[in-house]
Write a protein that binds this ligand. Structure first.
Ligand SMILES: [Zn+2]
Length: 540
């Protein structure tokens, strides 16, 4: 009898305990934010003037942007008095790709405030993307990564180095491969029409292939066919590909890259603005240097590469062909309309076969070889280098006035066109180390070409909008906490063509998805980066 009476009491007591437990567990935790950035000058990425605010971060995201979070408790506080707090920079144009697996710390990008890298540019990507993404996720990376799918990669896979139009069947296979890459999470299609084998393709082929992107969503990015005398028609070709498929067009690393077209900005602005007026979404990116970097193959007649490397070497045995190639190199690379000594303006960035040439210009190399520094010998040297393959060079071929004029255009954003670098290896273009800090130090602070807010917009919300990245590129509640904190008065690139392996000055703190990856100039070793998938992504 006694036992029976006790039972309801026991149940009641238990119920009370559960209720108390629930109340305790639902109480706000003592630490409201994982991290608070206090008193910074917030340049939020929109282009609006800076404002003073505190930023509260919880997990991967920005949880609050308020005047004062001082009464709130945070696990960690970053004092940002006098510092600019901006969204992490988004680099729409890199060649990071597979190198992420060897250089997962992304140091040369993190150190200039970049938190998201986009690869797969200029027509080349890692096929299949799903596999690269899987490997990257397994490895862990410091910055976020997204990729385009490249036309050259896809074409080579299906057609090899054939210099002809694809058959209906070949085109179908190319489209199928692109569909596969879009489903793996590619952001869109890229072309490199100055490179092999893209140079063998027609506009019709590109329009047809890009129709896949028209169906899945995404954008078309193009290293256009010509950046000199025929730049206008090359831009128009890119616009056609986008316009016929109803997709945005991104013209990569825009430049007037021949003396004959220097200071003729209308060759770019006219076709772009006409298209934008028609309702075609055309945008561009640039890097803040007067030198380009690539291999030499685009200076040779493209047909000598048909069928691949063996055939190319075989053809060069023929003196008549050799001479034709040599004349083309002289015409395309070594002739100046302004009396500029081209041998002095071309530097070897990297060469596996001739590491002793790295960092030297063609004139210096010829002198080293005991040869006369003339265009004939220069052309022969270039052919020798191309024969060895795997050579990249730096070409001073732009005018500073054009770099500045392009930067002032509201529809031109910043992109490095660089890659991941191992400190001390080769003599790469300094853009891989200093693109973003150079814009902020040299073009914003020193030369006052654009405002700080406009520069940040070109590095954050603008590329995010172009690529339709969700919740990145702005400082807003709910957005991912990719943030760059820097001293506006000190920010500066220090990488030069002579000494490229130099980290920038003035970047104080960099956060990726809420975690600190750079702290007072030191890499923390954290790898909070994620893969950002495009609109066609299907989870497997
Ligand atoms: Zn390119």
């Amino acid at each position: 009898m006694n036992k029976l009476k006790k039972t309801p009491w026991l149940i009641f007591s238990f119920f009370i305990l559960v209720v108390i437990g629930l109340i305790v567990s639902c109480r706000p935790p003592a630490e409201k934010y994982d991290l608070v950035i206090r008193n910074g000058l917030v340049v939020d990425g929109s282009g609006n003037p800076w404002f003073r605010a505190d930023i509260g971060i919880r997990g991967q995201r920005i949880a609050a942007v308020k005047d004062h979070l001082s009464s709130d408790r945070a696990a960690t506080v970053i004092e940002a008095e006098g510092l600019v707090v901006a969204p992490g920079f988004i680099d729409i144009h890199t060649h990071a790709d597979r190198d992420l697996l060897d250089i997962p710390g992304c140091e040369n990008y993190i150190s200039q405030g970049v938190t998201t890298l986009v690869g797969g540019n200029c027509g080349g990507h890692e096929l299949p993307l799903a596999e690269l993404f899987r490997e990257i996720e397994k490895k862990g990376i410091a910055c976020n990564f997204a990729s385009l799918a490249g036309h050259n990669t896809i074409r080579r896979q299906v057609m090899g180095m054939k210099m002809e139009n694809p058959t209906a069947e070949e085109l179908d296979r190319m489209k199928e491969l692109l569909r596969q890459e879009m489903a793996a999470g590619a952001l869109g299609l890229s072309t490199g029409l100055a490179y092999l084998p893209g140079t063998y393709s027609t506009t019709e082929e590109l329009v047809e292939l890009a129709s896949v992107v028209g169906q899945t969503g995404g954008f078309y990015a193009s290293h256009i066919r010509n950046q000199g005398q025929r730049i206008t028609e090359a831009i128009e070709e890119a616009i056609t590909v986008g316009e016929k498929n109803g997709i945005p067009v991104q013209i990569s690393h825009i430049k007037l890259a021949a003396e004959e077209v220097w200071n003729q900005l209308e060759r770019i602005t006219a076709p772009v603005e006409a298209a934008r007026h028609r309702g075609v979404e055309v945008t561009l990116d640039q890097y803040p240097y007067t030198a380009t970097s690539s291999g030499f193959t685009s200076s040779l007649p493209q047909e000598v590469f048909e069928g691949g490397r063996e055939k190319f070497l075989e053809r060069l045995q023929n003196p008549e062909i050799y001479n034709r190639v040599k004349q083309a190199v002289i015409r395309n690379r070594l002739t100046s309309s302004r009396g500029i000594d081209k041998l002095e303006t071309i530097y070897i960035a990297s060469s596996r076969k001739f590491p002793e040439y790295e960092g030297r210009n063609l004139k210096q190399i010829l002198e080293l070889q005991g040869k006369a520094a003339n265009v004939d010998n220069g052309a022969e040297l270039i052919i020798d280098l191309v024969k060895e393959g795997d050579v990249s060079a730096i070409f001073f071929q732009m005018d500073e006035k054009d770099v500045e004029a392009l930067m002032k255009l509201p529809y031109v954003m910043i992109g490095s066109d660089g890659g991941l670098q191992v400190a001390g290896q080769g003599s790469p273009h300094p853009r891989s180390y200093g693109t973003f800090t150079r814009v902020l130090g040299e073009y914003v602070r020193e030369r006052k070409i654009i405002t700080l807010e406009e520069a940040i917009r070109k590095m954050t919300s603008f590329p995010a909008q172009t690529m339709r990245l969700k919740n990145r590129g702005l400082i807003r509640e709910g957005y991912f906490a990719d943030l760059t904190i820097f001293k506006a008065a000190e920010i500066k690139d220090t990488a030069t063509f002579a000494q490229p392996h130099q980290y920038s000055r003035g970047i104080v703190q960099v956060l990726v998805n809420g975690q600190v990856v750079l702290e007072r100039g030191r890499f923390t070793g954290q790898r909070p980066g994620v893969i950002i998938h495009g609109p066609g992504f299907r989870q497997k």
